[in-house]
Design a protein around this ligand. Structure first.
Ligand SMILES: Nc1ncnc2c1ncn2[C@@H]1O[C@H](COP(=O)(O)OP(=O)(O)OP(=O)(O)O)[C@@H](O)[C@H]1O
Ligand SMILES: [Mg+2]
Length: 461
């Protein structure tokens, strides 16, 4: 099969063959025209001489014309308008993929004027940005290739890149492969707080958060799951530093049933909005819930004069309930025998459910943190309103199934600290994510002149 050329190959051979013949003719004329002219002059029969300047024009012009056409075709195909570096990368990757498809015998062939040609599916490559660290490969599907392409593992054929996910396009015509560079630094590193803050605020509005070099999202209910020491608390720390540095005054509430880091961190930010005891956490949830109801009332009154709007149109500050180790509170409250505690727990759960369902319109959100998750820990209705799901580290099956439905969709990867996957409400399959490495944190622990409290001070610009 390999000896069947593709049309592009045939055209290439034709073009370069013609150029070679033209140039060979020219160089042999260059070498021999003087001798030939003398010979021609000595025969009185033909009164004709080779005028080299004319022949150079005759022979070089077609060469230039062919090269010009080739260049135009190449530039269009490889999107030279996006810059030469991208075009060359695109050309190289396409070539590797076409070769792989040919070798895997995914091609079809046609016979045209007694010559057999291999027909390869159309390939398009898009990069997410100038750095070309990630992008998409689109391969046109056909009835014949559909199943085979769906299973194709293109990683080995795209040198320097790995496959992250694959999809079928909405119209069903293309197989779309998300790829990322093996050098991709999704997880940035920062040596100083200022550096981190300026990265975090760059290209992000006041109602958005930046998670890594790729993921920026609007505020929403977020669920962070990961085994112990996978980097959950550290991830929250980074997000909180972003929040305190926004133009808006985020109103932050902290529930820390394990009496861990947030008791301290929360106190640095808002002393009166931190709870560690189970019953106090119920009260804290009640406060957040009341805030939401108040806002809804005000907004409803004003909405009568506006067609539709959310908290952003009213220029309201986001309110966020950060809940570290949610299952710890859930479990110990479920064990409570005391009637009033039971009542309190029931109310708190109802309130959490309402916040998850209706909070986002009025700017009230939750960030819940779990070591692992199953259907019992978090009610289905809350779970379905946690729009951004993040799983750090390599989690167990149950966690993946509860959080993102399918374990099979998780890209094969050994995750380091702060690394994992995310999936939001618009995605069918999860993608990779890496929370920044905040090297400066230790500075704030080790010195007298810098305390952890200083990390949460707004940096004025
Ligand atoms: N993004 C990251 N980059 C580099 N190192 C990290 C990152 N995230 C976490 N670490 C390292 O891992 C350690 C543990 O992280 P962290 O305390 O956030 O884990 P955790 O998931 O909250 O654990 P636990 O379940 O025990 O609370 C941190 O002290 C830090 O040294
Ligand atoms: Mg933690």
């Amino acid at each position: 099969m390999l000896n069947i050329p593709t049309r592009r190959e045939r055209n290439g051979w034709l073009a370069f063959g013609s150029i070679t013949i033209l140039l060979l003719t020219l160089s042999s004329l260059e070498l021999t025209h003087e001798t030939l002219n003398i010979a021609l002059a000595s025969t009185s029969l033909i009164n004709w001489q080779i005028v080299m300047s004319k022949w150079r024009l005759y022979l070089v012009s077609p060469v230039v014309a062919i090269l010009f056409v080739l260049l135009i075709c190449w530039s269009v195909r490889n999107r030279l308008d996006k810059g030469p570096k991208q075009a060359i990368r695109r050309w190289r990757l396409t070539k590797q993929l076409r070769k792989a498809i040919l070798l895997a015998r995914y091609e079809t062939s046609i016979t045209h004027q007694n010559v057999k040609y291999a027909i390869l599916p159309e390939i398009k490559i898009y990069f997410d940005d100038k750095k070309m660290d990630s992008g998409q490969v689109w391969i046109r599907s056909s009835t014949r290739d559909n199943i085979r392409l769906a299973k194709a593992e293109i990683s080995p054929d795209i040198k320097g890149y790995k496959l992250e996910q694959s999809y079928i396009s909405e119209d069903g015509d293309w197989h779309i492969y998300y790829i990322y560079s093996v050098h991709l630094q999704i997880q940035p590193k920062f040596d100083s707080l200022i550096e981190y803050v300026s990265w975090a605020l760059d290209g992000v509005n006041d109602y958005q958060l930046k998670f890594d070099n790729r993921l920026i999202t609007d505020l929403s209910n977020i669920e962070i799951i990961g085994a112990t020491r996978s980097g959950k608390t550290y991830a929250l720390l980074g997000l909180l530093i972003q929040m305190v540095n926004k133009e808006l005054d985020y109103e932050l509430y902290f529930a820390d049933p394990k009496n861990g880091d947030w008791k301290n961190y929360g106190n640095y930010i808002a002393q009166d909005k931190v709870a560690t005891e189970d019953n106090d956490i119920c009260d804290l949830i009640d406060r957040v819930h009341s805030k939401m109801l108040q806002r809804q009332q005000i907004m409803n009154r004003e909405l009568k004069s506006k067609a539709s709007a959310d908290y952003r149109d009213f220029k309201l500050d986001p309110i966020i309930l950060v809940f570290d180790e949610y299952p710890s509170w859930h479990d110990s409250m479920s064990d409570e025998q005391d009637k009033s505690s039971k009542e309190k727990f029931k109310t708190a759960q109802k309130q959490l459910k309402r916040i998850s369902q209706m909070g986002s319109g009025s700017g009230v959100f939750m960030i819940l943190v779990f070591q692992k998750i199953d259907a019992q820990t978090l009610s289905k209705s809350i779970q379905s309103n946690m729009l951004l799901k993040i799983v750090l580290g390599n989690a167990d099956n149950q966690t993946y199934i509860t959080a993102i439905d399918r374990k099979e969709d998780v890209p094969q990867f050994i995750f380091g600290q702060g690394q994992g996957i995310y999936k939001n409400e618009r995605m069918v399959k999860p993608r990779l994510l890496g929370f920044p490495y905040l090297r400066f944190i230790d500075d704030f622990n080790d010195h007298d002149y810098k305390t952890p409290k200083d990390m949460f001070k707004k940096i004025s610009n």
